[in-house]
Design a protein around this ligand. Structure first.
Ligand code: 0GY
Length: 315
């Protein structure tokens, strides 16, 4: 299988295939949507899907021994087919935990994208300067620190700080993934990071709580007090209790962040949507969430073009 072969929704080859090579997809794994609809919202020309992943294929790019899940394969060519189908021009591909700190699938996807993708890698504190330089050459512009306990073992903060100090001079940022309940304990550490910081999925708020209640207000305060902290207003499908297709209970949270910090927000599909249990989102419906979060053409342009280009394509 050629992981780079561009395959769009509607092509017979779009359908998900099980993990290849010596791997077996988890029995309860939900594969990406078999037939996403075209979005009604037309992204402005040049839009960036700034949070998505590639998985394998396992036969070429083995899943990590320490992984917590084994997905279906989701190669670069399908990601690029979805990009075209949804009306986007570029991707930011985030290293998924199922590949650990082996960034080969990510680097291959970045090379295949011919400048239309940038990457966020996972590295350990033992990474060499030469390895960081090679990742940068391929298009990596950030590293991800994951604090979600169901996904990874804990890395000591001192080691994370060492990594952050080493990537900052390269103009790279740090992407952080955590659950809202953990924020009080992590707040000072996040505030101490010496570079731009991008929070995944608005810090995963509990959207059954009030948008102006203390939990989400702590996240808003983190962003307000630290102008180097950005947020992705992504993954309504992970956060919503109301569910698809509108994910209406997530809208006030996304709007609050977009309208308060319009020059520090990003949006992404999260394709191929690892670890969802309740349902698999239709990627077209996710694109239709964008104008609810960013209600004006100016906000949409900042969210989808200006901000991601500044963070990922200007260095
Ligand atoms: C996401 C969310 C998840 C997984 C990962 O790298 C990953 O495995 O990020 C999740 O399970 O919540 O952003 O893709």
């Amino acid at each position: 299988m050629n992981p780079r072969a561009i395959t769009r929704p509607g092509d017979p080859a779009w359908q998900a295939s099980a993990a290849s090579g010596p791997f077996t997809t988890d029995r309860d794994w939900l594969a990406f949507h078999p037939s996403p609809r075209r979005p009604r919202f037309v992204p402005p020309v040049g839009s960036v899907d700034a949070h998505c992943h590639v998985f394998g294929p396992g036969a070429q790019f083995p899943y990590a021994p320490e992984r917590r899940y084994t997905p279906c394969d989701a190669p670069a060519g399908k990601l690029f087919g979805l990009r075209d189908y949804l009306g986007f021009e570029r991707n930011v591909i985030v290293q998924a935990t199922c590949h650990g700190s082996d960034n080969r699938a990510l680097v291959d996807a970045l090379e295949a994208a011919e400048g239309r993708a940038r990457g966020v890698a996972t590295v350990t504190a033992s990474v060499s300067e030469r390895e960081l330089a090679a990742l940068g050459e391929a298009g990596v512009r950030g590293v991800r620190f994951n604090f979600v306990k169901r996904l990874v073992d804990t890395t000591p903060r001192e080691l994370l700080l060492q990594i952050a100090r080493r990537v900052a001079p390269r103009g790279w940022h740090v992407v952080i993934y955590f659950e809202a309940a953990e924020l009080p304990e992590l707040y000072d550490f996040f505030a101490s990071l010496p570079t731009t910081v991008v929070v995944d999925h608005m810090g995963r708020p509990d959207v059954s709580k009030p948008v102006d209640g203390p939990e989400f207000e702590l996240f808003v305060k983190l962003m307000r007090q630290h102008p180097n902290i950005w947020s992705k207003v992504s993954c309504p499908d992970r956060l919503s209790k109301a569910g698809p297709p509108d994910y209406g209970d997530v809208v006030p949270f996304a709007r609050r962040i977009v309208e308060s910090f319009p020059d520090r927000v990003l949006w992404g599909t999260d394709w191929p949507h690892p670890n969802l249990k309740s349902h698999m989102p239709d990627d077209g419906a996710l694109v239709d969430f964008i104008p609810k979060a960013a209600a004006t053409a100016t906000l949409q342009r900042q969210l989808l073009i200006d901000n991601p280009l500044r963070l990922y394509w200007s260095r």
